[in-house]
Ligand binder design. Structure first.
Ligand SMILES: [Zn+2]
Length: 362
């Protein structure tokens, strides 16, 4: 049996029937710097890796599996076929871990530096590359500019890094939530589309029922309500196949209100704001030149309705001014926030560009 080397848009069920083996997964637990649990998921194909490790970091309120949707060919498949040693990090925002009132500061100081060291210990490599999505990206970039992950040579950052820019309506909504709702609940949870407990969750579910009519998937509609003001917010329905649209119902869970409060402050400031006073982090992420030599590719779906592509354009300009020609900007037309990884044609339209970004110019 051979793993398919060519782009394959067939659904996973069809691929399985033709004998293409699914990648194998091995979970490696780690303990973050403050004692919080995390896991690394080592994904292997039928042949040993011929290249170094790459660490994939998920966003808020999801888990490592967000890179493994039931589309025909995933980003992980592409990286395995390219010879990379593929690792996925479940950090404290993961729904596979106990719910936690996390902030980006905690992930930057306690989670990502430990995860990077653990992958290097496991592989024997002395450096690695990173593909980070959304709040995996913001928190990892916070660690990078603070000099906490010097072993990283390349970062492909999707959606947002140091400069969060969101649409006007989402900005008003986020400010309102940070001001009012965070005192009443500790988490938002798209699973309230399936079952909303009495109190604030049931009230919010009522608002979603009144205002969101874009599809018949209640979790999908709650995701759009939770993470912005789109219909939907994180993808275009045209870009998803039916299996993936159904699958996302189980892939979104609790997301910390402490994080939403931090992001509201960051959006107002026009840059990430560190909120917990950790000595390891700068008071202002733009105050000093970044303490990283990594080449950074700032990637954005041009139709992103959660974080506008302007977010990544601003971060690219900031880094490019400091070291002209070293970094890159990758804008993907026809895609939004998460459909760059979940889209039915992402293997054709997006993944080759991500692979090229990770591989580098030489
Ligand atoms: Zn939907």
């Amino acid at each position: 049996m051979t793993y398919p080397a060519a782009p394959d848009d067939r659904p996973a069920s069809e691929r399985a029937s033709t004998g293409a083996p699914a990648p194998r997964r091995r979970s490696v637990p780690f303990t973050a710097g403050d004692g919080h649990p995390g896991t690394l998921v080592h994904v292997t194909g039928p042949t040993p890796p011929s290249r170094g490790p790459v660490l994939l970091i998920h966003g808020a309120g999801v888990r490592a599996d967000i890179f493994l949707p039931p589309t025909g060919r995933t980003m992980v498949d592409v990286l395995l076929d390219a010879g990379y040693d593929v690792w996925l990090e479940n950090w404290r925002a993961s729904i596979d871990l106990p719910p936690h009132p996390w902030t980006l500061d905690q992930a930057a100081v306690y989670d990502h530096p430990v995860a990077v060291r653990r992958v290097l210990e496991e592989t024997g490599a002395d450096h690695l590359k990173v593909l980070a999505h959304c709040q995996g990206s913001t928190s990892f970039m916070m660690a990078a500019v603070a000099g906490l992950v010097p072993q990283v040579t390349t970062i492909v950052s999707n959606a947002v890094s140091l400069h969060p820019v969101i649409p006007g309506l989402a900005r008003a909504k986020l400010a309102l939530a940070a001001l009012c709702v965070r005192h009443l609940i500790d988490y938002m949870n798209p699973q309230w589309g399936r079952h909303a407990p009495a109190g604030i969750p049931r009230i919010l579910d009522g608002i979603v029922r009144l205002t969101h009519h874009e599809c018949d998937n209640a979790v999908c509609r709650h995701v759009s309500f939770t993470y912005g003001a789109g219909f939907p917010t994180l993808w275009s329905h045209e870009n998803l196949d039916a299996a993936t649209h159904a699958w996302i119902s189980g892939e979104f869970g609790p997301c910390s209100m402490a994080f939403f409060h931090q992001m509201a402050r960051s959006v107002r400031a026009g840059r990430l704001v560190c909120v917990e006073g950790h000595a390891e982090l700068p008071r202002d992420v733009l105050q000093h030149p970044p303490r990283t030599d990594a080449r950074i590719v700032f990637m954005a779906g041009q139709d992103n309705k959660c974080y506008l592509a302007e977010s990544q354009i601003r971060s690219f300009r900031y880094f490019d001014a400091l070291r002209p020609g070293h970094h890159a900007l990758l804008l993907v037309p026809g895609y939004g926030h998460l459909d760059v990884f979940l889209g039915r044609h992402a293997a054709r339209d997006v993944f080759p560009q991500v692979l090229e970004a990770l591989d580098g110019p030489d």
